[in-house]
Write a protein of this length. Structure first.
Length: 144
């Protein structure tokens, strides 16, 4: 059985998907992973992720903002550290005041021999960007 690590972020109010992602991109995160962008606009709880060329990122961010925020979950795969290709999936839940990060790409672990995820490493990279945007709560889990 594999481990799962996720961090939930709750904000004081709704977030614009493109605004939040552009803030992360500005500090070195990337939506491009090996020349592609992976995303989902989910209206039916099926979470059918799509991959396309990364030249479409701007268009996809605009589309994400046009989706009805109370009805659609929006997700993008993001690299938090581009050089080591560490990242995961960001999901913006309906209402847009909650977002989850699932560490799924080269999950960073605590020092060997620990099997647990280094949640602090991810938080140190994400919180400085998210806190000024109205971050109010951060539940995190690492489980089998």
């Amino acid at each position: 059985m594999s481990r799962s690590a996720d961090i939930d972020f709750r904000f004081a109010g709704p977030m614009a998907v493109s605004g939040l992602l552009n803030e992360l991109i500005a500090v070195g995160c990337s939506l491009s992973y090996r020349g592609q962008v992976s995303y989902v606009f989910d209206e039916n709880q099926m979470f059918d992720w799509v991959r396309t060329e990364d030249v479409r990122i701007g268009d996809l961010l605009a589309q994400a903002d046009r989706r009805p925020p109370d009805l659609v979950t929006v997700g993008f795969t993001i690299l938090v550290d581009v050089l080591s290709e560490v990242g995961g999936d960001l999901l913006f839940w309906p209402g847009r005041s909650e977002m989850s990060f699932i560490a799924s790409i080269n999950r960073r672990k605590l020092a060997y021999p620990s099997k647990f995820t280094d949640l602090g490493w991810y938080l140190n990279r994400l919180i400085p960007v998210l806190e000024p945007l109205g971050l109010v709560e951060i539940p995190a889990r690492d489980l089998e």
